[in-house]
Write a protein that binds this ligand. Structure first.
Ligand SMILES: Nc1nc2c(ncn2[C@@H]2O[C@H](COP(=O)(O)OP(=O)(O)O)[C@@H](O)[C@H]2O)c(=O)[nH]1
Ligand SMILES: [Mg+2]
Length: 322
C-alpha cells in the first residue's frame, strides 16, 4: 500500500520519512522544497530510478542522486526537479532492521497556494502535483510544523483530495516544544477537523530528529502497523509498484506510437517533396524523431529493468524474513 506524506512547505516531510527509515537519502532543506514526488520503500538492494517529464527512465547511482538533489541545488540554485516527474528509491535494509514490508511512502512537494493563472499558458504548480499524487494513496500522513498551526489551507487541501483513506495528523519538530503547546495544538486540530470530510485516524506529535513521539502514545507505530497489516491482505507492494511502472511504460508506448506516426507522415512528405531544400529540412526532422524514438526505446528498457530490480529487491528481503 502507498502511504502519502503531505503538508505545507518545510513541514518536515522528507525528514519524517528519513527518520522512519533511519536514513538520509531524502534531501532535507529549509530553503528549497522537495519538488519531486518520491516513492520510498525497503528492499534487499538499493535501487534508484528517475522518471523524467519527457518520459525517460534513468537509473541513478546514489552519488548521482545526491548530486542532483543536494549539490546541484546548492551550487546552481536550480533543482533538477523541472525535468523529473518521479523518483523511486529502494532503501537497502536487512531483514532484522526492516519495518516496512508492504508499505511504500510517497514524499510530495510542499504545496503552496496555486500560482495565479497566466493568460493562456499555465504552469502546473507544486500544489497540483501534490494533489494529483495524493489523490490515490491508501493512507495519508499529514504533517504540520508544531511551530505553526493547522491552517485553513491544510484543511482545504486535504478535503480537495476527496480521498476516503485514513488520515494521521502529526505535529512535527516537537523537540524543544513544551507539552502544553503541543497539547493545545492537538486540541485545536481536533476541534477544526470535526466537521470536515476527512477520515481522521488520530493526532500526535513527533520529532524526526529524536525518532520520538511526543504527547501521543504509540499513535504513529499503531497507525503504521494497521496499514502494514491491512496492506498484506490486499495487494502485494511489489505488484503495486509494478502497476505504477506499468502505467509509465504504457505512456512511453503511446509516445512511441505517436512519434512513429509522425515519422511515417514525414517520410511520406519526403517522397512527395520536389525541391532539395524541403527534402533536407524534412530529413532533419526525421533524424530528430529517430533520436527521440531511440531514447524512448531505451526508456522502456530501463523501466522494465527497474521494475524487475525493485521486485527482486523486495522478494529477497521477504524471503530472508521467512
Ligand atoms: N528540530 C527539528 N527540525 C526538524 C525536524 N524535522 C525537520 N526539521 C527541519 O525542518 C526543515 C524542513 O524539513 P524538510 O523535511 O526538508 O521539510 P519538507 O519541505 O516538508 O520536506 C529542515 O531544516 C529540517 O532539518 C524535527 O523533527 N526537529
Ligand atoms: Mg521535502
Amino acid at each position: 500500500a502507498i502511504v502519502g506524506v503531505g503538508g505545507s512547505f518545510s513541514a518536515g516531510k522528507s525528514a519524517f520519512i528519513n527518520s522512519l527509515f533511519r536514513t538520509n537519502m531524502l534531501p532535507e532543506d529549509s530553503t528549497t522544497t522537495t519538488a519531486i514526488p518520491t516513492y520510498f520503500m525497503n528492499g534487499a538492494e538499493q535501487q534508484l530510478l528517475a522518471y523524467t517529464k519527457s518520459n525517460q527512465a534513468i537509473r541513478l547511482t546514489e552519488k548521482e542522486m545526491k548530486a542532483f538533489t543536494h549539490q546541484f541545488d546548492q551550487n546552481y540554485h536550480i533543482g533538477f526537479a523541472p525535468f523529473i516527474k518521479n523518483l523511486f528509491i529502494v532503501n537497502q535494509t536487512d531483514a532484522i532492521k526492516q519495518d516496512f514490508r508492504q508499505l511504500a511512502f510517497l514524499d510530495t512537494p510542499g504545496y503552496s497556494k496555486p500560482r495565479d493563472a497566466v493568460k493562456g499558458k499555465r504552469e502546473i504548480t507544486d500544489y497540483e502535483i501534490a494533489q494529483s499524487q495524493l489523490r490515490t494513496v491508501d493512507y495519508l500522513i499529514w504533517l504540520v510544523d508544531s511551530s505553526n498551526t493547522l491552517t485553513a489551507s491544510d484543511l482545504d487541501f486535504m478535503e480537495s483530495l476527496q480521498n476516503p483513506c485514513p488520515v494521521l495528523l502529526i505535529f512535527t519538530k516537537a523537540d524543544g516544544k513544551s507539552s502544553q503547546v503541543l497539547k493545545d495544538q492537538m486540541a485545536h486540530a481536533q476541534e477544526v477537523l470535526q466537521d470536515k470530510q476527512i477520515q481522521l485516524y488520530g493526532i500526535t506529535c513527533y520529532s524526526s530528529k529524536e525518532y520520538k513521539e511526543y504527547v501521543g502514545k504509540d499513535v504513529l507505530p499503531k497507525f503504521l502497523r494497521k496499514a502494514e497489516k491491512e496492506a498484506a491482505l490486499k495487494k502485494d507492494i511489489k505488484d503495486e509498484m509494478n502497476d505504477i511502472l506499468q502505467e509509465m511504460k504504457q505512456y512511453v508506448e503511446q509516445c512511441i506510437g505517436q512519434k512513429s506516426k509522425q515519422r511515417a507522415d514525414l517520410q511520406e512528405h519526403v517522397t512527395q517533396a520536389v525541391d532539395f531544400l524541403s527534402i533536407r529540412s524534412l530529413v532533419a526532422l526525421i533524424e530528430q524523431l529517430d533520436l527521440q524514438l531511440d531514447e524512448l526505446a531505451e526508456s522502456q528498457k530501463q523501466l522494465q529493468q527497474v521494475g524487475s530490480l525493485i521486485s527482486r529487491a523486495i522478494d529477497q528481503l521477504n524471503e530472508s524474513n521467512l
